[in-house]
Structure formats: structure tokens, C-alpha cells
Write a protein that binds this ligand. Structure first.
Ligand SMILES: [Zn+2]
Length: 226
């Protein structure tokens, strides 16, 4: 994906985030790796629903503005942490999806093996420690989790997903929020059942070649971290 394609893809993903209520006002940020030490990313203070390709900025691997008129988003250090930990990824999406964020506020988390599709696509969705949004700590708390998981919840803040390209990262964010809505509905109905260990093992065998679940994924029946 060249720079112009990356700009167009980021604007399209921004529109989808905004249209699906995964961000409000000027929340969220998106970045795409376009080369060695070069990233296209969303600037600070812009609605993701109304971005033009020329609004986006180029940053280097230190988070410094290289080109563009805006300011590099303060949360770009969190994106950089993901890019540093994961040479296999090309894009990072961060948003404030309301149901998924509420799960962390309620202390429920999303690591329990409840929804098969999460195990198939994401293994689990761990929650990082709390960090002040936009601070360097935001990068520190993401590192231990993003190396093994493609989607993480940021405690009391939002969610961050990674992918080979920005559409893949966006789809994972959509999946996180959809799962949170399903879990919220199940909690509201009063009963949340975990999958049986045998069902989890079959999913791991079928979709992950028999790999052992990674911590904090609770198999067999260890208490999840959150
Ligand atoms: Zn945020």
C-alpha cells in the first residue's frame, strides 16, 4: 500500500468508526506503516468521520512530525509501541467503543472463553493496566499484551487493534465491540456461560493448529487476569 492508498484507507476507516459509534467527537486515532521509520497517521483534534486525505500527517519512529499541517496525535506513542512489538503488522486502530470500554469500567474484562468467534479470530481480548490517555505510560501498558494479542482493551479508556492493513485492524475493532454488546446482553439476561474446556480445545486445535492458549487466556480454567 503506497502513501496515497494508506491516506484513503485511513479516511474510509475513520468514517466507519464514526458511523458505527466507535468514536465520538474527535476521539480515536489510526496509523499505517508506509515504510522504514515512516507512518501516516491521524492528527490531533479532528473528527474521524470527516477527514480528508490531506488532513493526515506523516510521523517518524520517534513520533516526530515529518510532513503535514496538523499535530501528531498524542496517542501515537501507543501505536509506535505496537509497531515496535509487532513487525508483522501494518496498521493500528484505536477507538473508544462504548460497550467494550464499559466492560473495563465494570471490571468484567473479555478474556473468558465465552464467544467462539473471539477464540477463532483473536484468542482473547485482554485488558491492559490503566494509563493516562495520551501519555508515554499508554505505550508501556500496551507492550506486554500486544505482542501476543491483536486486540486489547485499555482500562477505562477504549480499545486498540492491529492488523496487516488498516481494514483488518478495523474489522477486529468492530468484532471487539460486537462481542462486548453480546456479553452485555447476556449479563443483562442474568446468565453468562463459559465454553466447556473440550470446546475450547477443539477451537484451538481447529483454528490455531493445536497451539496452547496464551496467558492470560484461561485454559484450563485458570482465573483470567481480569
Ligand atoms: Zn483514546
Amino acid at each position: 500500500m503506497d502513501e496515497q492508498q494508506a491516506r484513503e484507507a485511513i479516511c474510509e476507516v475513520g468514517r466507519r468508526l464514526y458511523a458505527r459509534n466507535l468514536v465520538a467527537a474527535t476521539d480515536g486515532n489510526i496509523s499505517v506503516r508506509i515504510g522504514e521509520d515512516r507512518y501516516v497517521c491521524t492528527p490531533s483534534g479532528i473528527s474521524k468521520g470527516y477527514m480528508r486525505t490531506e488532513d493526515l500527517v506523516i510521523a517518524d519512529g520517534c513520533g516526530k512530525l515529518v510532513a503535514g499541517r496538523g499535530k501528531v496525535t498524542s496517542e501515537f506513542f501507543t501505536h509506535l509501541a505496537a509497531f515496535e512489538e509487532r513487525p508483522d503488522i501494518g496498521a493500528v486502530v484505536h477507538a473508544h467503543p462504548p460497550f467494550a470500554t464499559a466492560m473495563t469500567i465494570a471490571g468484567l474484562g473479555m478474556t473468558d472463553p465465552i464467544v467462539p468467534e473471539v477464540i477463532m479470530g483473536l484468542l482473547a481480548i485482554p485488558t491492559t493496566d490503566y494509563a493516562t490517555p495520551g501519555s508515554r505510560e499508554g505505550a508501556d501498558v500496551v507492550r506486554p499484551w500486544i505482542c501476543d494479542y491483536d486486540a486489547v482493551l485499555l482500562d477505562c479508556h477504549g480499545a486498540l487493534t492491529v492488523g496487516r492493513d488498516v481494514f483488518e485492524a478495523y474489522m477486529k475493532l468492530e468484532k471487539v465491540e460486537h462481542t462486548a454488546q453480546v456479553l452485555h446482553t447476556a449479563h443483562t439476561l442474568g446468565r453468562v456461560r463459559r465454553l466447556e474446556p473440550d470446546a475450547v480445545k477443539k477451537l484451538m486445535d481447529y483454528y490455531h493448529g493445536g497451539a496452547q492458549p496464551l496467558p492470560p487466556y484461561p485454559f484450563p480454567w485458570e482465573s483470567p487476569r481480569r
